[in-house]
Design a protein around this ligand. Structure first.
Ligand SMILES: NC(=O)c1ccc[n+]([C@@H]2O[C@H](COP(=O)([O-])OP(=O)(O)OC[C@H]3O[C@@H](n4cnc5c(N)ncnc54)[C@H](O)[C@@H]3O)[C@@H](O)[C@H]2O)c1
Ligand SMILES: O=C(O)CC[C@@H](O)C(=O)O
Length: 526
């Protein structure tokens, strides 16, 4: 059967041309409401999008034939990845096609802020010739504070260094070696806020980065700072930014992205010193050609040949190895995700050991899956394919060890993370050669399925704890699906892995942390 692809956002015509050349039927239907899209999505095997289409769980419920979603761009926050994965839909992005363009937009906005270009243009074209009103600042010798020094952030850094700026960066996952290579200084957030004349944001929107420029953070900035956001809305508290512009704490701010998009109204509009663009970071001919060609080639390869490139939720694999390796990769990714969520930026290196039956397999995809799971907790551009390169770039020390002998389990994958406070190890096996199970978490034996929403809880082993935990979750309206317990020794440190039906909010986590004997609570999602 001929595959059919729907292009539902405005995309360079080369994408449609490639699909047609490769024998795929393609429709370009843009500007549809979610209901209109839901009514037609069932006819398609592929969906090619930019940022306007929201691939929600509701839309995907109607996508009965959909096999692949291709994002012509980087951020996949408009795609419900767990929902796509649950429905067996591969989600691909084009991680590098628009990075230079977006970095250039950030630099353009920095110049626009420094010289008040939009206001000066409007005033001049209104016939005012207000030469004395617009006094700018030079960029040379100023300090640029980068929040996020990944793909785009590092390009911004190189351009800023060319402008003779000093660049400091806050990025917990930036290695000292990479910082040295980029010619920038790695600092803590507070230090950056104190020193930067300009701040530019280049992180994904995650639980850790949401509101990273909060009211409190803005209050700690150098007076007269200028701020640029070409990453994601939600990184800055927009109401606090408005107040900081009004008070003069912030001299200028340029936003390409907003908490709610399209941003057709905002208290920031009209504020002196405020500049905005309508999510144009990736909008150049070059970038749009790059991402359109790349997404169409990747989707065609997948639909016609089964080739997988730049998938967010699936490893790259040859047809022969796939069936045997897939359950191991699912296990490995879960172990990596578990370590990433519990240890965050503490992980300096990982050792991946395969034992028993697992030792007979190609270890690379297993390693890729561990790294993708680990780094996927803080980067949207990481996938099975690029994870080993990114790990190297970030100075993450990766070791692979193979033990042919069998231990307690006929097959085992063990991942040990090295952190400044010591090694932390998790291990898992496959039940029935297909179902991943966690069997060891930080030295405590458990037997748990890592799936959906979970809580990792460390507490003092004492009577009554399970009851108070169950009551606290019940009061928060959270249903417990499964409960796994383990402990080092009676009366010592105990670990609970609790699967719950709904995500656990930070407020509920705070309530659990306050329970007697609780040492740590980390919400997990798989
Ligand atoms: N405006 C646009 O049109 C446009 C275009 C392209 C990309 N983007 C967005 O730009 C952002 C960056 O893209 P990228 O390709 O550079 O991604 P990337 O994954 O290469 O880099 C993100 C960086 O953020 C860092 N980071 C993660 N958590 C952090 C934290 N808590 N504090 C500080 N740093 C943290 C990561 O270590 C990484 O270095 C993404 O959100 C992407 O969606 C926007
Ligand atoms: O497609 C766009 O215009 C925006 C893309 C950008 O937000 C991205 O994350 O790649």
């Amino acid at each position: 059967m001929t595959p059919r692809v729907l292009i539902s956002d405005k995309m360079d015509p080369r994408a449609a041309a490639i699909f047609r050349e490769r024998g795929i039927e393609v429709d370009e239907i843009t500007g549809k409401t979610p209901d209109e899209l839901a009514a037609i999505i069932g006819d398609y095997h592929g969906l090619a999008i930019r940022s306007s289409t929201k691939a929600t769980a509701r839309l995907l419920d109607h996508a009965t034939n959909l096999k692949v979603i291709g994002r012509a761009g980087i951020g996949v926050d408009n795609v419900d990845i767990p929902a796509a994965t649950a429905r067996g839909i591969v989600v691909m992005n084009t991680p590098f096609g628009n990075s230079i363009t977006t970095a250039e937009h950030a630099i353009a906005l920095m110049f626009a802020l420094a010289r008040q270009l939009p206001e000066a243009d409007a005033s001049t074209q209104a016939g005012k010739w207000e030469k004395n009103r617009f006094m700018g600042v030079e960029l040379t010798a100023k300090t640029l504070g980068l929040i996020g020094a990944g793909n785009i952030g590092s390009i911004v850094a190189s351009r800023a260094l060319g402008l003779k700026m000093k660049v400091v960066a806050f990025d917990p996952f930036l290695s000292p070696e990479r910082a040295l290579e980029l010619g920038i200084e790695k600092v803590e957030l507070d230090e950056l806020l104190k020193r930067a004349d300009f701040i530019t944001l280049h992180t994904p929107l995650t639980d850790q980065t949401r509101g990273i420029l909060s009211r409190e953070a803005l209050a700690r900035t150098k007076k007269g700072v200028r701020i640029i956001n070409c990453a994601r809305g939600g990184l800055i508290d927009e109401a606090a930014l408005k107040d900081a512009l009004d008070s003069g704490q912030v001299a200028g701010a340029a936003l390409d992205v907003f908490e709610t998009e399209p941003a057709t109204a905002s208290p920031l509009f009209g504020t002196p010193g405020f500049i905005s663009t309508p999510h144009l970071g990736a909008s150049t001919t070059e970038a749009q050609v790059n991402v359109a060609i790349q997404v169409a080639e990747q989707m065609s390869d997948f639909l016609l040949l089964g080739g997988v490139t730049n998938a967010i939720n699936m490893p790259s694999l040859s047809a022969e190895e796939a069936p045997r390796l897939k359950p191991y990769m699912a296990l490995a990714e879960k172990l990596g995700k578990l370590l990433g969520q519990v240890l965050g930026d503490q992980v300096r290196g990982v050792s991946i050991e395969v034992e028993g039956a697992a030792a007979a397999l190609n270890q690379k995809p297993i390693t890729g899956a561990v790294l993708a799971g680990l780094m996927g907790t803080y980067s949207q551009t990481v996938n099975m394919v690029n994870a080993p390169i990114l790990a190297k770039e970030r100075g993450l020390d990766v070791k692979e060890v193979r033990h042919e002998r069998e231990g307690d389990y006929h097959t085992l994958v063990r991942v040990t993370a090295s952190t400044p406070t010591g090694d932390r190890c998790v291990a898992g096996t496959l039940f029935g050669n297909s179902a991943p199970r966690l069997v060891d978490i930080f030295g405590v034996a458990v037997e748990a399925d890592l799936a959906g929403h979970m809580l990792y809880i460390v507490n003092n082993d004492a009577p009554g704890f399970i009851g108070s935990l169950g009551t606290a979750l019940g009061e928060a309206g959270i249903n417990i699906a499964t409960f796994n317990l383990g402990r080092r020794a009676a009366g010592g440190e105990a670990v609970a892995l609790v699967a719950v039906d709904d995500p656990v909010t930070p407020e509920v986590v705070a309530r659990l942390c306050a329970l007697e004997g609780v040492r740590e609570v980390v919400p997990l999602s798989f």
